[in-house]
Write a protein that binds this ligand. Structure first.
Ligand code: T5A
Length: 229
């Protein structure tokens, strides 16, 4: 079981650049875990609480002029609310929490992307999360151009960060890969340029192996759709 003494569940995050397929994968993983009998809390950032949802619409508003640190504090305020109101209570109830983005996104986007000081970002992240780090992070790696094509094919609506230049998104992706190298025990990189079915299969294999190690006799992870068979 995870080391944090107040925690009984497991905390999994799905990370990656814009359009990497995080939401698609997080939903699929949650469904497979539920089918296998786990209690699952699927959540996301920025958002997941009433305050987080308000802050999401502010921080992504393309008409709002924010400095890089103003942007950062909004993400952190949303995260603090998310941790204290959703993630910690669910973990204390023994649930498996799957969060679509979390603290690594701030290091990748505001650190590697915007160029803010990484050590300072780590400190403020730590304050916002009260030191809560994921037990497992699945990092979806896809070329920035492909990810942006996917999001832009889906919607024409603009957002402050998604609309940034390709070079920014490439720096973010390089940042995610560097973070994965620094936290190789926690972060597993998944090639997300493939068909969504293959991405899901690779992620499920990783998750099964990880759960076997962490939770021993837990119900594991069901094959997609097996509950209907
Ligand atoms: N942000 C966030 C920060 O700067 N700092 C922070 O601390 C945090 C928390 C909003 C923005 O905020 C920034 C990062 C973001 O710019 P978001 O809402 O998670 O965060 O934004 P996006 O990453 O842009 O979310 P998307 O929903 O657009 O992308 P996903 O979740 O990665 O992708 P998904 O699953 O929605 O898929 C996008 C499209 O691609 C298809 C899907 O069907 C969908 O149409 N798709 C695939 N197509 C082909 N092959 C695959 N393998 C596919 N997987 C999915």
């Amino acid at each position: 079981m995870p080391a944090d003494p107040i925690k009984r569940g497991a905390f999994i995050t799905v990370e990656g650049g814009d359009g990497a397929g995080k939401t698609t994968l997080a939903r699929a993983l949650a469904a497979c875990l539920v089918d296998a009998g786990h209690q699952v809390r699927l959540t996301f950032e920025p958002g997941g609480t009433e305050l987080g949802n308000h802050l999401r619409s502010l921080v992504l508003n393309p008409d709002l002029d924010l400095s890089d640190w103003e942007e950062t504090w909004l993400f952190l305020a949303a995260r603090a609310s998310h941790v204290s109101k959703v993630i910690r209570p669910a973990l204390q109830d023994g649930e498996i929490v799957i969060s679509d983005r979390y603290a690594d996104s701030t290091l990748a986007y505001q650190g590697f992307g915007r160029g803010l000081d990484l050590d300072r970002l780590r400190r403020v992240n730590d304050e916002a999360t009260q030191g809560l780090m994921p037990d497992l992070t699945l990092l979806l790696d896809v070329p920035a151009k492909v990810g942006l094509q996917r999001t832009r094919a889906r919607t024409s609506s603009r957002d402050r960060i998604g609309d940034a230049a390709l070079a920014f998104h490439e720096q973010v992706n390089a940042g995610f890969r560097e973070l994965a190298n620094l936290s190789a025990g926690r972060v597993i990189v998944i090639d997300a340029a493939r068909d969504a079915t293959l991405v899901r299969a690779a992620a499920l294999k990783t998750l099964r192996e990880w759960l076997d190690r962490q939770l021993g006799d837990s119900p594991g992870v069901a094959e997609p759709g097996s509950a209907d068979q």
